[in-house]
Design a protein around this ligand. Sequence first.
Ligand SMILES: Nc1ncnc2c1ncn2[C@@H]1O[C@H](COP(=O)(O)OP(=O)(O)OP(=O)(O)O)[C@@H](O)[C@H]1O
Ligand SMILES: [Mg+2]
Length: 247
Amino acid sequence: MAPLIELSGITKSYGQVDALNGVDLTLHDNEIIGLIGDNGAGKSTLIKILSGVETFDAGIMRIGGDAVDPGRHTVKTARNMGIETVFQDKSLGESQPIWRNFFMGRHRTNALGMIRVAHEKKEAMDVLTKVLGLKGAGLSADAPVSVLSGGERQGLAIGRAMYFNARVVILDEPTTALAVKEVGKVLGFARALKADGKSGIFVSHNLHHVHDVADRFLFLQRGRVVHEARKADETPESLMATLMKWS
Ligand SMILES: Nc1ncnc2c1ncn2[C@@H]1O[C@H](COP(=O)(O)OP(=O)(O)OP(=O)(O)O)[C@@H](O)[C@H]1O
Ligand SMILES: [Mg+2]
């Protein structure tokens, strides 16, 4: 079976800045890759390219074995191919009620084309409470997203990715600026994705979090993959030592 994602020689410049300079990456079925690198290494650029937010200048990107035309890769086509990206909070409509946000862009409609409101409310709450185990006081289908805590917001986004059956879930710095308890929840969600048979890419500056969640690690420096490692051979401390060496 072809790998879920295969990048080879991916290059991306912003004017004079070479954000990515010939990146190779292979993501297999039910595997989570941790992307590690200093500020400006190119991690977010790589994720934006995978999720269709940005295009690439050169190289080959294959998803499920099929080459992707950089001119035609958009957030929508990426989603259709099963790639969901959870950005820190930018992807969440703050003033929308939770249930609407959950089904954003993919509402369930009846034969007349009307949104099945009661059904969507129940489905959304089932995923958030039963599947993800969220139980905060502010959590009800009609409450606006703005009442949710940072960890609950991540849960809502990850829950959406799980519910719509994404094959690959990409998390860019999901634990930054969260309280300790919420970090625990988000790491739990990431483990649930893996247990659910999905694959993922996890970006964080916290090497304990990356080590906890990922099976394999790629170190990026100045737009290049400079080192690769497997979880069995590493501890959070050894990842830190490698990061220091390559920074
Ligand atoms: N839209 C843009 N225009 C110009 N330069 C950009 C743009 N986006 C990123 N860059 C540059 O590309 C390089 C890689 O940035 P990127 O955001 O991918 O880094 P990163 O590894 O995610 O860093 P961080 O850990 O700080 O989030 C940086 O030098 C950055 O300044
Ligand atoms: Mg970044």
